[in-house]
Design a protein around this ligand. Structure first.
Ligand SMILES: C[S@@+](CC[C@H](N)C(=O)[O-])C[C@H]1O[C@@H](n2cnc3c(N)ncnc32)[C@H](O)[C@@H]1O
Length: 229
């Protein structure tokens, strides 16, 4: 995941060979009949504070899914709640391109797709710009040398607190018990409160791709909902 070593505004697609990864050139596709435009690199400049204007109709709420993968859960939520606006972010070319194509194929005009490392969330969203943030099965980066890639830290949770509105919240799921405990402790030490937000999203328990995979393997998962009072 080369993007994890870059800041959001780096145009890394221009440095990569699209004959090795065909999805690299596809993030720039202008074929808007078949795919949504993808917010990445320089196109993310100026997005902060202006996400509302990017939707074709102003949404009632703004929901961010971090690690939206191929867009399946994001699109299911967007279809269920058409008056909310959904932004999906991921860090691989294939995932964001597939998510953007899926949203277009399903005719969802309340979906936007972005590519950046969510660790930099505060550079991409203005204070109070988001209602809910969904983080389903983030990579646990189990090996000690990989730990630096873990998304959640006390600093990241403080950034989440800034970019979410009062009444909004965070919904976190993981199959990884240690990571779950670590994240729960960090939230308890933050200003978030252990309760669901008032958003409709929290009323629908949809099974994500990884959630299904773990269920079929007979593995449990852990989830928490926190809100900003
Ligand atoms: C284990 S998958 C879970 C996918 C999906 N949320 C689900 O539950 O099926 C984790 C996803 O998070 C993405 N990801 C990892 N680190 C990220 C980061 N720092 N910012 C944004 N997305 C990230 C990965 O590319 C991958 O698609």
């Amino acid at each position: 995941m080369a993007l994890l070593n870059h800041t959001p505004f780096d145009n890394i697609h221009s440095q990569l060979d699209s004959s090795i990864n065909p999805y690299v050139s596809m993030v720039e596709s202008n074929d808007l009949e078949r795919t949504l435009a993808i917010f990445h690199g320089e196109k993310l400049k100026g997005a902060k504070g202006n996400w509302r204007e990017q939707f074709s109709a102003p949404p009632k709420k703004h929901i961010l899914e971090i690690g939206c993968h191929l867009g399946a859960t994001l699109c299911d939520y967007a279809e269920l709640i058409p008056d909310y606006g959904f932004i999906g972010v991921d860090v691989t070319f294939k995932r964001v391109v597939t998510a953007a194509q899926r949203a277009r194929q399903r005719g969802l005009d309340n979906v936007l797709i972005a590519m950046f490392n969510a660790k930099f969330i505060e550079q991409i969203f203005e204070n109070n710009e988001l209602d809910d943030v969904l983080v389903f099965f983030p990579d646990p980066w189990e090996k000690r040398r990989q730990r630096k890639h873990r998304l959640f830290s006390q600093g990241f949770i403080e950034d989440l607190y800034k970019v979410t509105k009062s009444g909004g919240g965070i919904w976190f799921k993981t199959d990884h018990k240690n990571y779950s405990n670590e994240v729960a402790k960090a939230f308890f030490d933050s200003s978030f409160r252990l309760t669901a937000s008032n958003s409709l999203v929290h009323k629908y328990q949809l099974e994500t791709t990884f959630q299904r995979k773990f269920r079929l393997q007979g593995k449990p998962y852990y989830e928490y909902k926190w809100s900003k009072i």
